[in-house]
Design a protein around this ligand. Structure first.
Ligand code: GZL
Length: 323
């Protein structure tokens, strides 16, 4: 672990810890060839998107790439995720990567990491803590994803439309920003949001919330479902079919992620439009960790581009999709 070696050097003068950070560029860890020990605090395994993201991160932070990865999945529990980060600090890892479950509550533990001289890289979701408490963030523009989904809905529904929303994890950046972007895009249209409830980004959560909406409003009382991710949309499809209705026809669905099962449902006509959210962030995150440890200047934010799919585009893209 590089840090102990550097800690020894730091005894010669605090600047040593910063100045002697190994330069980047080596394929095997730092320039001196030392393995970089990284603690990765993942949200959990709530969705198909998360599985693809974890796979991408583990592939990038591999031994062959010069890393020793300490992995923790927090089962969508914010307190457990903060405890995992605190454990990484106590282990004295060289760097910490976090996919923060929720935006708030990070100031204390990020300050502890900074005080310990351990840089933090955020991947996927963002936090409301001060930017000086983390080195950089790589992820997606969730507000734009919501806007793209809302623009499709605004173009598609020109008559009075009753919509229900399956929200992502309460307090998470994607749930907050996808709602904000979508609502802005449908402002002034005849689309009425009659209900909105979190399904926690899970398939079971989307199914049970949709069952409640169907009991409350009936199949004929709902025209459109806006799901903050494909897993909840897939759960809603199960609920709609169990109620004897046809998803994608009787009740239309717009979703975000574009994971394989969601894209298949789009090809099958059960979902009507999907905005992509690319989970393959591992290589970018690993490169940022090496640059930060080497003391190289990095942008505070790196945003990965997304695209959007209707049924025809999904039929064309599905065979070549990596996730
Ligand atoms: C978005 C990511 C979200 C996905 C969900 O970048 O944080 O979390 O949209 C996942 O599928 O659970």
């Amino acid at each position: 672990m590089r840090k102990r070696i550097l800690a020894g050097m730091a005894l010669l003068g605090s600047a040593a810890l910063v100045v002697s950070g190994c330069s980047s560029g080596s394929d095997s860890g730092s320039a001196s060839g030392d393995t970089i020990t990284v603690g990765f605090a993942q949200t959990g395994s709530e969705s198909g998107w998360r599985s693809a993201n974890t796979e991408s991160m583990k592939a990038a932070f591999s031994t062959d790439n010069g890393f020793d990865l300490v992995f923790n999945a927090a089962d969508n529990d914010p307190a457990a995720q903060i405890a995992a980060v605190r454990s990484f600090i106590n282990q004295g890892v060289d760097a910490i990567v976090i996919a923060p479950i929720v935006e708030d509550g990070w100031d204390d533990v990020l300050t502890e990491a900074k005080d310990a001289g351990i840089p933090v890289v955020l991947e996927d979701r963002t936090v409301t803590a001060s930017e000086d408490l983390y080195a950089t963030w790589v992820g997606l523009d969730f507000k734009l994803e919501g806007e793209k989904a809302g623009e499709w809905a605004a173009q598609t529904f020109t008559e009075p439309t009753k919509m229900v929303v399956l929200e992502g994890t309460t307090g998470s950046a994607p749930a907050n920003d996808r709602a904000e972007g979508f609502d802005a895009a449908i402002a002034g249209t005849p689309i009425e949001k009659i209900d909105s409830q979190t399904g926690d980004f899970t398939r079971d959560g989307g199914k049970s919330v949709m069952e409640g909406f169907l009991q409350k409003y009936g199949v004929d009382g709902i025209d459109l479902v806006y799901a903050h991710n494909d897993d909840m949309a897939l759960g809603a499809i199960e609920a709609i079919e169990a109620a004897g209705a046809t998803p994608g026809e009787d009740i239309k669905i717009v979703s975000i992620d574009a994971v394989h099962d969601g894209m298949q449902a789009l090809v099958d006509g059960k979902i009507n439009y999907i905005v992509e959210c690319n989970p393959l962030l591992g290589d970018k995150a690993a490169d940022l960790v090496k640059k930060v440890l080497a003391g190289d200047a990095v942008d505070k934010r790196t945003i990965v581009e997304d695209q959007a799919f209707d049924q025809a585009a999904a039929e064309e893209a599905l065979p070549d999709r990596k996730y």
